[in-house]
Design a protein around this ligand. Structure first.
Ligand SMILES: *[C@@H]1O[C@H](CO)[C@@H](O)[C@H](O)[C@H]1NC(C)=O
Ligand SMILES: *[C@@H]1O[C@H](CO)[C@@H](O)[C@H](O)[C@H]1NC(C)=O
Ligand SMILES: *[C@@H]1O[C@H](CO)[C@@H](O)[C@H](O)[C@H]1NC(C)=O
Ligand SMILES: *[C@@H]1O[C@H](CO)[C@@H](O)[C@H](O)[C@H]1NC(C)=O
Ligand SMILES: *[C@@H]1O[C@H](CO)[C@@H](O)[C@H](O)[C@H]1NC(C)=O
Ligand SMILES: *[C@@H]1O[C@H](CO)[C@@H](O)[C@H](O)[C@H]1NC(C)=O
Ligand SMILES: *[C@@H]1O[C@H](CO)[C@@H](O)[C@H](O)[C@H]1NC(C)=O
Ligand SMILES: *[C@@H]1O[C@H](CO)[C@@H](O)[C@H](O)[C@H]1NC(C)=O
Length: 646
């Protein structure tokens, strides 16, 4: 009897298992996160009109009717992205693609992407990738291809890559197609590791390569090596390695070395004579830091091997250590300390310096007003900041801890801040930010802020210091939020004096900040962007909030109701006035001093995402027909259904 029951149970057990398997198969084949992942990926692209049918209206894979550019398998899982020739720009958010576990091939050929090679190497099961005919540039790190063991096809042709062909590429064993023609690769051709007979395509023409062609490529078509500096050996002409030439090389080398030594000696003498005038980061740390810098150097020497990867180090001493939170932006501490430094300015927390190091410029920001947090708390928080990754956040590269003073190291963003673009006088003839750009910027800011809200559910005010000078712009005017999530570290009294969150009406009235406080800061930023007016009274450092938001808003909007509300520099947009007006409304709703009436961040972000560059709604068509409407139109108060009451 027992056995019988047992058997019946077993039977059912198998049935359940079967149902479970079928269900989970069904679930995985119409995976809703696949759509979310792709939409996130799309969100950092610019000019993505070719991807207009990437929307939640249809699933990404649906038989033959897939979203544009997707390759799907029989189970409706995405295995490839072919975004060729779509006029795309912006950021290729590889991190977003990590969720597409079945991804085998990615093509972004013939678009307008630029910057360093995207980190496709994080997609370790990739079989092929095509970056051809964009404007990617810079060196590819030596170890870039490590771990990409499935890779068969690499297309980098028609870009601006420089430096050597990475050793890790040559070490791949399955490569059958390699096209790097039309770049600026230099140095020698490496020895490739795969079977030489396996090549289907191999073309390194029109680079700056030189030296002997390795034996494994001797059977290639000679045209694969055209247009380089000085390649020789089979299948091209033999290398000239006569004794004469060797002697010549030795002679030239000896003479060059002598000349270099002589120049170096001269320079060294001159430098030591002028050493007082040379400014270095080390000097910027202040005279009393000599010991600190020494400690840093010692720490660096001790941990030379796993320096950037260092685990928690106990002990509460006040000594300094440079700690890298980003593994790919690694440089020697010594390099940083010795680097020529340029003062960028002093903000509300302390001074910033720009330091030029080999791998690019970084900004070192000095904070003195962070000495009330414990070391472990500081480290924990920094590590959390280091884990953040979003196309609209300025990433933290490294930090340095001393009891009295902290340094945060970020990348240098050459295009300056939104504030400088809005308010600094331009050269005559240089255009102001147009509406399309401002819209793109505010969307980016909203996305960055939304990301912070999601990543820091425990922080009341996840940004805390959102203002136009903390919105940096990259060369494509993609905004990067800076100085975020620092409220837990800054000394309370200092924070209350200087940080934007503490200028909010709720802090003025109740001495408390709220979840909606950053929304208020966003609102001020929106009004500032639309009107081009700096909220001077309101955000003045050191000044206690005067709760006179209504006065500022009135000064920029209400009193000029009938006049030119929008920034005159925001030219070049026809038929966008209705959308501008919508953004103005959003800004006003964010600035609502009555917190209950103020929108929640999700609502604001949603509303901002819905904005378009041009008016489409019928209710604005009357504006659209009026060419130069926005500077002359009378805005009715009905257009703005909100109240601003202090
Ligand atoms: C990606 O996957 C992780 C967990 O695997 C999940 O937490 C995250 O929400 C996913 N992202 C998207 C955009 O679906
Ligand atoms: C998916 O395709 C089927 C036909 O293959 C069609 O009936 C269905 O409407 C499509 N679903 C969507 C959401 O487009
Ligand atoms: C999306 O656009 C592509 C290319 O225009 C087209 O092939 C595809 O059928 C469209 N898919 C949907 C779901 O509309
Ligand atoms: C991507 O699609 C284009 C056509 O739009 C085609 O010419 C190209 O071969 C495809 N590339 C890959 C890698 O599949
Ligand atoms: C935007 O994309 C379209 C194709 O979708 C292309 O024709 C146009 O040149 C692109 N514009 C820019 C500024 O890249
Ligand atoms: C990409 O551009 C190159 C150079 O302009 C052209 O030869 C090639 O056919 C284009 N490829 C695609 C898929 O459009
Ligand atoms: C490519 O980038 C370089 C700078 O890296 C720039 O000078 C050049 O104008 C860019 N070319 C195109 C076609 O965008
Ligand atoms: C290599 O590319 C060049 C153009 O850059 C072309 O002329 C040549 O025929 C190609 N050779 C091979 C073997 O693909």
């Amino acid at each position: 009897m027992m056995a019988h029951i047992h058997k019946a149970y077993d039977h059912h057990h198998w049935l359940f298992m079967l149902i479970f398997l079928v269900l989970s198969y069904v679930a995985s084949s119409s995976d809703p996160t696949e759509a979310a992942t792709l939409l996130k990926f799309k969100s950092s692209l610019l000019n993505a009109t070719a991807l207009d049918n990437w929307t939640n209206a249809t699933p990404p894979c649906n038989g033959t009717d897939n979203w544009a550019g997707l390759y799907c398998d029989h189970d409706d899982n995405v295995f490839g992205l072919n975004l060729s020739k779509m006029g795309l720009r912006g950021i290729i958010d590889i991190d977003a693609l990590l969720n597409l576990s079945g991804l085998k091939t990615v093509s972004v050929m013939n678009n307008s992407f630029d910057g360093p090679i995207p980190s496709v190497n994080k997609l370790s099961s990739l079989v092929s990738f095509y970056l051809s005919y964009n404007n990617f540039s810079g060196e590819i790190p030596e170890d870039f291809f490590v771990g990409m063991n499935s890779l068969k096809k690499i297309y980098l042709d028609g870009n601006e890559f420089t430096g050597k062909i990475p050793k890790s590429l040559a070490a791949l064993t399955k490569i059958v197609e390699l096209d790097i023609r039309g770049n600026q690769f230099s140095g020698k051709l490496p020895k490739f590791s795969q079977n030489p007979k396996a090549w289907k395509t191999m073309n390194v023409s029109y680079n700056r390569l030189e030296g002997r062609i390795p034996a494994s490529l001797r059977n290639s078509d000679p045209s694969a090596f055209l247009g380089n500096l000085d390649l020789c050996g089979k299948p091209l002409a033999a290398c000239k390695s006569s004794k004469k030439k060797l002697l010549l090389i030795i002679a030239v080398t000896v003479i060059s070395v002598a000349v270099i030594l002589f120049i170096a000696a001269c320079l060294e003498r001159r430098r030591s004579a002028q050493s007082k005038q040379v400014t270095r980061v080390q000097d910027k740390l202040g005279a009393h830091h000599d010991t600190g810098a020494m400690e840093v150097q010692l720490a660096a020497e001790e941990e030379n091997n796993n320096f950037h990867n260092n685990a928690e180090r106990g002990g509460g001493g006040g000594g300094g250590e440079l700690y890298f939170v980003q593994q790919d932006r690694n440089f020697e501490l010594e390099e940083l300390l010795r680097a020529p430094a340029e003062v960028l300015g002093s903000g509300s927390f302390g001074s910033s310096y720009k330091a030029g190091i080999l791998s690019g410029s970084v900004v070192v920001k000095k904070f003195r007003q962070m000495n009330q947090v414990r070391k472990d708390e500081f480290y924990d928080h920094m590590r959390r900041l280091g884990r953040l990754s979003h196309p609209n956040l300025l990433p933290l590269i490294a930090f340095y801890y001393r009891k009295e003073e902290k340094l945060l190291v970020h990348a240098f963003v050459a295009n300056g801040s939104l504030a400088s673009h809005l308010h600094v006088k331009r050269e005559p003839g240089q255009p102001g930010l147009d509406w399309a750009t401002r819209l793109m910027i505010i969307k980016g800011v909203a996305r960055g802020l939304a990301y912070l809200y999601r990543e820091f559910p425990g922080l009341t005010v996840p940004h805390g210091h959102l203002k136009s000078s903390n919105v940096l712009l990259d060369n494509n005017f993609n905004p990067l939020l800076a100085e975020y999530a620092l409220i837990p570290l800054i000394n309370r009294d200092h924070a209350q004096k200087f940080m934007v969150a503490f200028k909010s009406p709720e802090f003025y009235h109740t001495e408390r900040t709220l979840k909606k406080t950053d929304v208020w800061s966003l609102g001020i930023l929106i009004l500032e962007m639309l009107t081009g007016k700096f909220p001077a009274n309101y955000l003045q450092p050191g000044k206690r909030a005067n709760a006179d938001l209504a006065a500022w808003v009135n000064s920029v909007v209400r009193e000029e109701w009938t006049g030119e509300v929008f920034d005159k520099d925001m030219k070049g947009t026809k038929n966008g006035e209705g959308e501008m007006l919508k953004l103005l409304k959003i800004g006003m709703c964010c600035c609502e001093s009555n917190v209950e009436g103020r929108w929640d961040w999700r609502e604001v972000v949603d509303k901002i995402e819905q904005l378009k560059e041009r008016d489409t709604d019928e209710d604005y068509s009357s504006y659209a027909s009026d060419g130069d409407a926005y500077s002359s139109r009378v805005i009715s108060e009905d257009d703005l259904s909100f109240s601003v009451t202090a």
